[in-house]
Design a protein around this ligand. Structure first.
Ligand SMILES: Nc1ncnc2c1ncn2[C@@H]1O[C@H](COP(=O)(O)OP(=O)(O)OP(=O)(O)O)[C@@H](O)[C@H]1O
Length: 317
């Protein structure tokens, strides 16, 4: 893995408003080379706007950005030369075949016939599209289209790739295939800037995660660091008899009791020894528990704790 002192992306005080609606309200970002950075946030949080600014598609109202050491405002062409963008602004032409789409990209890059063909064949094979190479993209599945989109971006050998919600709407298998491709790219030294609404995706893929809400970053860190921001997990005990719930609540003073649904939340990390000790105590006291469930904090809990809502919720402006 490559390490450099200067980050691949460095944004300071990014601001953007549409009329009176402030979309980005002073956002600072640093993305190290050959890492995955995930920008999380609910619908309308400003993720796509951030990607559009960082990839030179729209100008910010304020703030400075450097990409691979180049100032975005002063040297946009140099920035464009090192980046690739895929996702919501897909360049894939549905009427052409997968191979034709890729050839279009190699022609745009003036790769020449022989080199162009080699690159197309390599990318088709790498993205598991060789069998579908001569089919029109209109007949591709969602996962195949995303893979082709990313393959087209790679023709330009970008050092930094923006993936805007790369697995939205994909089935779990296609999602995992995309994650594997991203990991391989990063292992080769590519930097990936990802936006996603899926916290699980960020958890699996990202070295650093930033949570965007209301135009500001509310937290930034590795998935593990962010999870440590929220209180630990708990064991939830379910009862059928209010008297049994009361008895259990007496055993665990730190627990939170919910009389409406007859549950007791006992703080704990969900580890085997802690759960066993808890069950042993209930058993020794002769308390009858109907069922139990374990809950460990995930990024969803972090987001909820920091913003008061979950990422899937629609934010109304
Ligand atoms: N060209 C535009 N003109 C006016 N408002 C815009 C424009 N582009 C984006 N917005 C508004 O800015 C806000 C942020 O949009 P953006 O697309 O960046 O959010 P997002 O986090 O990417 O959301 P999603 O997950 O839905 O893509 C939204 O309220 C959107 O309506």
């Amino acid at each position: 893995m490559t390490t450099t002192t200067s980050p691949m992306v460095e944004a300071t005080g990014l601001r953007k408003a549409y009329r009176k609606q402030v979309v980005l309200d002073g956002v600072d970002l640093r993305v190290a080379e050959a890492t995955v950075f995930a920008l999380l946030g609910p619908n309308g949080a400003g993720k796509t706007t951030t990607v559009q600014i960082l990839s030179t598609l729209i100008p910010p109202d304020g703030g400075t950005v450097r990409v691979a050491g180049h100032d975005l405002a002063a040297e946009p062409d140099r920035v464009r030369a090192v980046i690739g963008v895929t996702g919501q602004f897909s360049a894939v032409d549905a009427l052409l075949t997968g191979a034709e789409n890729l050839r279009l990209m190699t022609d745009l890059r003036h790769l020449g016939r022989i080199e162009g063909r080699r690159v197309v064949d390599d990318l088709l094979a790498r993205f598991d599209l060789t069998d579908a190479a001569d089919k029109p993209v209109a007949a591709y599945s969602g996962g195949m289209k995303r893979r082709l989109d990313l393959a087209m971006t790679l023709v330009g050998r970008p050092r930094l790739i923006f993936l805007d919600e790369p697995t939205a709407g994909l089935d779990p298998r296609s999602r995992r295939a995309m994650w594997q491709i991203v990991r391989e790219l990063v292992a080769e030294g590519t930097t990936v800037f990802l936006t996603t609404q899926y916290l699980e995706e960020a958890d699996h893929l990202a070295d650093r995660v930033a949570l965007l809400d209301g135009g500001r970053l509310v937290a930034e860190g590795s998935p593990a660091e962010l999870k440590r921001l929220v209180p630990g997990g708990h064991v939830r005990l379910h009862f059928t008899d209010p008297a049994q719930l009361a008895a259990a609540a007496g055993l665990f003073p730190a627990a939170t009791r919910h009389d409406d649904d007859l549950t007791l939340r006992v703080p704990g990390d969900g580890g085997v020894s802690g759960v066993k000790a808890l069950l042993d105590r209930l058993d020794a006291a002769g308390v009858a528990v109907e069922s139990m469930s374990l809950h460990t904090p995930d990024l969803d809990d972090v987001f909820l704790a920091l913003t008061g809502h979950r990422t899937e919720e629609k934010v109304t402006a």
